[in-house]
Design a protein around this ligand. Structure first.
Ligand SMILES: NC(=O)c1ccc[n+]([C@@H]2O[C@H](COP(=O)([O-])OP(=O)(O)OC[C@H]3O[C@@H](n4cnc5c(N)ncnc54)[C@H](OP(=O)(O)O)[C@@H]3O)[C@@H](O)[C@H]2O)c1
Length: 343
């Protein structure tokens, strides 16, 4: 069956300017880290992408290593693009990254020029694209000069293999440095991709100030704390949930009684606002105008529908924010702190 996008797809979405750039991103973006890998495209993954596009989600976020197996999310996304969205390339913002373990040997991870540029070529091939819209350094590499890592990203832009440069999980100080280095290379840093949610608030301690000062946009990943900030785990652990499938990235220990008590309290506040907890968690991230877009994941189309509907109520009263503050506290779930605390 060929897919025909909804003609009204741009009516309900909100598009926010990414920092001081010319690019606008949808307030809700879709990430393909989980649930898009495997041997082939499934009806569910194909439907998630088309449903997202129908709802005005123009931004799809990937990385070289998304799967499993690594690379398969890009291959599957490439197949879906070809089947359903090839006529709409100019309406899409597609990103990829390199930084984590991708292939054996010393050139398959971290931040060398050798690795980044080879990886981008592989990503383009897997997705069947001539260029990506955003190419990221996926993590800070303490052993490689920043000039080399970011020089590779800038080269990708100058070669036309990427339109914009991004960094992910860099500290506030390293972000300021990265912004200066990229600026000197004539390729401004478009965007930073940090983890952020009601349970993981490190970006409020300086990073957001740097982004504002430098005019860099912010796309916050895991805004639902991988699903914890939804009603998913309120009544036990569903068999098909990420905590069962994902292994050490989302260990069961995250679902401690202390964390679940906070989830229940937040769920109650969301209910009073007439929202689901997932919706309130996304709206809460977007309460700061420096956050350009929330980068959520999904395992079924209904998640995407529910998450986009968060935009129907983005306003918080002072009292609501104060009450949320009691429970929106560090939950020990930031798996990416090693990168953002380095340097
Ligand atoms: N730059 C980086 O280093 C980095 C790191 C991590 C992620 N990311 C990016 O950020 C994206 C999002 O990360 P994430 O998947 O961890 O984000 P998330 O939005 O915090 O979690 C997504 C998970 O929450 C559950 N979910 C989503 N909507 C739901 C709803 N309405 N109701 C109930 N459950 C719902 C689903 O879990 P189930 O699968 O259990 O159904 C889904 O897989 C990734 O895909 C990737 O693009 C980047």
């Amino acid at each position: 069956m060929s897919y025909i996008p909804d003609e009204k797809r741009y009516d309900g979405m909100r598009y926010n300017r990414c920092g001081r750039s010319g690019l606008k991103l949808p307030a809700v973006s879709l990430g393909l880290w989980n649930n898009f890998g495997g041997e082939s495209v499934t009806a569910n993954t194909r439907r998630m992408i088309s449903r997202a596009f129908d709802l005005g989600i123009t931004h799809f976020d990937l990385a070289n290593n998304y799967g499993p197996p690594p690379g398969s999310a890009e291959s599957n996304f490439g197949r879906i693009l070809k089947m359903d969205l090839s006529a709409y390339r100019d309406q899409l913002i597609i990103s990829t990254k390199a930084g984590y373990d991708m292939w054996p040997g010393p050139y398959g991870e971290w931040g060398s020029r050798k690795y980044l540029l080879a990886s981008l070529d592989q990503s383009l091939k897997r997705m069947g694209l001539e260029y990506v819209d955003i190419f990221y350094s996926h993590r800070f590499d303490p052993d490689t000069p920043l000039e080399e890592t970011l020089g590779a990203v800038a080269t990708a832009v100058k070669q036309g293999k990427a339109l914009y440069a991004g960094i992910s999980s860099y500290s506030a100080a390293k972000t300021a440095e990265a912004s200066r280095i990229l600026g000197e290379m004539g390729v401004p840093c478009l965007i930073h991709q940090p983890s952020y949610s009601m349970f993981n608030r490190w970006i409020e301690q300086g990073l957001l100030d740097v982004l504002e000062k430098e005019g860099i946009g912010c796309i916050t990943f895991s805004p639902l704390a991988q699903g914890m900030l939804t009603d998913k785990y309120l009544k036990g652990i569903p068999e098909d949930s990420r905590v069962v499938k994902a292994g050490n990235f989302f260990p069961k220990e995250f679902l401690s009684e202390e964390n679940l008590a906070k989830v229940r309290a937040l769920n109650e506040i969301a209910r009073r606002r007439g929202q689901s907890l997932a919706q309130m968690a996304l709206a809460w991230c977007l309460r700061d105008p420096r956050v350009t877009t929330v980068l959520a994941g999904a395992s079924r189309p209904e998640h995407i529908e529910e998450n986009v509907a968060a935009l129907n109520n983005l306003d918080f009263t002072k009292e609501e924010l104060a009450e949320i503050e009691t429970y929106a506290t560090e939950a020990g779930i930031n798996r990416w702190a090693r990168s953002s605390e380095a340097g």
